[in-house]
Design a protein around this ligand. Sequence first.
Ligand SMILES: Cc1cc2nc3c(=O)[nH]c(=O)nc-3n(C[C@H](O)[C@H](O)[C@H](O)COP(=O)(O)OP(=O)(O)OC[C@H]3O[C@@H](n4cnc5c(N)ncnc54)[C@H](O)[C@@H]3O)c2cc1C
Length: 384
Amino acid sequence: MASSYDVIVIGAGSIGVPAALALAGKKLSTLVIEPCASPGQRNNKKAIGGIRATHSDFGKIRICLRSIEIFADWHEEHGNDIGWLRNGYSYPAYSDEDEKKLKDLMKIQHSYGLDIRWVSPEEYNQLVPGINMDGLRGSTYSRGDGSASPLLAVNAFYFKSLEYGAQYLFNEKVTSIRPRNGDGFEVTTDKGSYSAGGIVNAAGNQGAEMAALIGQKYLIQPDCHEAAISEPVQRFFGPMVVDMRPSSDSKNYYFYQNAEGQVVFCITPDPAICGADNDSTSEFFPMVAKRMVNLYPRLANLKVRRAWRGQYPNTPDGFPIVGSSRELPHFVNAIGMCGQGFMLGPGLGELISRMVMGETNDDDQRILGSFDPYRDFSGMEAFK
Ligand SMILES: Cc1cc2nc3c(=O)[nH]c(=O)nc-3n(C[C@H](O)[C@H](O)[C@H](O)COP(=O)(O)OP(=O)(O)OC[C@H]3O[C@@H](n4cnc5c(N)ncnc54)[C@H](O)[C@@H]3O)c2cc1C
């Protein structure tokens, strides 16, 4: 194995693996360093697989539209099934306030080219048969969104990146980074040293820690989210359902039926549970089950197979941090993915490869404006 590379990617997760795929696809010698024994073992495999371009901001919408193309075409282009399903996303509204919020947002989403429309309660009841109609005002429906298996997808991207020449070091973690007199970096791990012209920091929960190694300060605060998956059953509803109403102990929750017929779901606890503890709790089921069954009584008899817990690596404003360091332009941060790193990964991977190659276009620059590491972080993304 060589010790000098064009690029070193820190972390083989939702962002690092598709970034390595795109970088190696551009024939850059690429090394990925990862403390786990295989790709996608941290937050990537905790994601429930939702993939939407339904956001409130140009950057996220454009990146996710590209991600959706990559996920959707993967099976046909590369031959492996990653569980892609174009099931769409829906945000049902049960109050005037939510209806107005969603409809106002749709105007912005339309201006960015999103295929999203408002459906009546009756039409929504056809998409999600048996949904609670009591007080239902209608729903957004973005039929181009979908879902895929985070486990299958990360492995498909990984094996393809190996074919393109990317190299991976597992069971090894980056401990220091030293810039070399304006020309590249020395990266030290707990097992060795490597040099590279550029670095991509895709270290997820540890993203701020890695940026701090070159003196950059970011606030990334992981908070815990639990999820679960049911037994597979015959398909009985269409889109991802996102109930955005808060309750006494939780904010939004969302669920969908994946390509295998399993219902996958998770919830945002309130207050947030900060930290990176991965043990499931006994609070999760009572919290989520009563809300889900109230909204969709047909879920009552489902048998749940497995639950798990992971984190959203959150930024203060809900937008990722993607961009080069001003002092060290070949150090690219791709961190703070919040609850959307899986869906952002493939599109962002391609953008990162254009950044590294110095090939960004006007559209890319506008997208990067949304994710600017030097912003003041005072805003708040509406669909965080
Ligand atoms: C319950 C739940 C449901 C979710 N559902 C969705 C969803 O439906 N759709 C969606 O898009 N997102 C979802 N997410 C969010 C998604 O999982 C994260 O946003 C995403 O995985 C973050 O990607 P990442 O690459 O930044 O981090 P990770 O995937 O965690 O990858 C970071 C990698 O960096 C490595 N690393 C850390 N320190 C070092 C070091 N010192 N040296 C080298 N490597 C290091 C880690 O080991 C890890 O493998 C969900 C999350 C949870 C918890």
